[in-house]
Ligand binder design. Sequence first.
Ligand code: SAH
Ligand code: TRP
Length: 330
Amino acid sequence: MEPLTAGAIVVDCLLGPGDERSLADDVLDGLTRPLKELPPKHFYDARGAELFDQICELPEYYPTRAERAILLEHSDGIVERTGAAELVELGSGTAAKTRLLLHAMAKAGHLRRYVPLDVTEAMVRETAEQLVEELPGLSVHGIVGDFERHLAHVPPAHDGPRIVAFLGGTIGNFPPGSRRRFLRAIARLLRPGRDWLLLGTDLVKDPAVIEAAYDDAPGVTAEFNRNVLEVVNRELDADFDVEAFEHVAFFDREREWIEMRLRASRRMRVRVGALGLDVDFAPREELRTEISAKFSPERLRGDLAAAGLDLREVLTDPDDLFALSLSTPA
Ligand code: SAH
Ligand code: TRP
C-alpha cells in the first residue's frame, strides 16, 4: 500500500464505472423534491473542471486570488508552525495553490508525502505526475473518491505531523448541519497534539461583490452551472434543453450564503431515461445547484468548536476577503 520509494506515485481509485449510481440517487432524490436540488459534486466532469479553472481566472472571482495571496505570504509560517511532513488535501483539483505549501515544506526540508483526494480522476493523476517531477523525493498517494464517503481511505499518517487542507471555500458548499458533521469527520483524521486542519473560508462582505463573483459578465459561471445538466443528459440519458435554463445567483443575507440556481425559462417536461423518470418544470421554476456559505468569525469558530476543533490561527489577505485558518483537535 505505502509507497516505499521516494518519488513514487500510488493512486487508489474508489469510484467505479457503477458510480453513476450516486448521480442516479442524487437525481432521483433531488429532482422529485418540492424544491428541486442537485448536489454540487456533479459539476466537475472534464468540461466542468475546465470551466472551474476559467472561473478562477475571472476578475470577478476573488476567492482564488485572495487565498493564493495568503499562501504566498504565509506558507513558510504555516510550515514552521506545524512542522508538517505530510499534506492531505480534500477536493484538491489542480493543486494550483497547494504547490506553494508543498514548496515551502520542501524548502524547510521535511516534505514527505502529498495525499490529494478528488472526484475527478484525470486531475488526481496529472497533479500527481507533475508534482513528483517538480519536487524530488516527494511521494504522492492520490485518491480518486468522494470526500463525503471515502475519508476512511486516507492512508494512516506517517511519523511526522500532518496537515489536512480543505481549500477554496469548498466547506461553504455544505449546508450548516452537514458542514459540522463533515468537519467532525475530518477531525478524526487528526492526531491530537500533532496534526492540523488548514481550512479556507470565504468571508462575509458586500453582497454585490459576492454576487458578481458568482455571476460574471462573460457568463463562464453560467456555463459552469448549466454544465451539470449536460452531465445528467450524458450519464443518465436525460433530455434537458440546457439552453432553456437561466443561471441565477443571489446572496441570502439572513443565512449569509450565496445560492446558485437554474431557472426554467418555460414549462418543460424532462425525461431521465436511465431512471424512467419524468420531471416537470413550471415556467420560472428553479433548481438549486449549490450554496456557498460566507463566514463571519463567529460562524467559523462555532462550526470548528462543534466539530471538536480548536481554532489556533486565522490568516487573511490584505483586503479581508478570505481566511485561511489553522485548527487542532481539542
Ligand atoms: N481546491 C481547489 C479546487 C476547489 S473546486 C481550489 O481551491 O481551487 C472543488 C474541488 O472539489 C473540485 O476539484 C471538485 O472536483 C472537488 N470535489 C467536489 N465535490 C467533491 C466530493 N464530494 N468529493 C471529492 N472531491 C470533490
Ligand atoms: N465551491 C466554489 C465556491 O463556492 C466553486 C464555485 C465557484 C461554484 N463558482 C461557482 C460552484 C458557481 C457553483 C457555481 O466558490
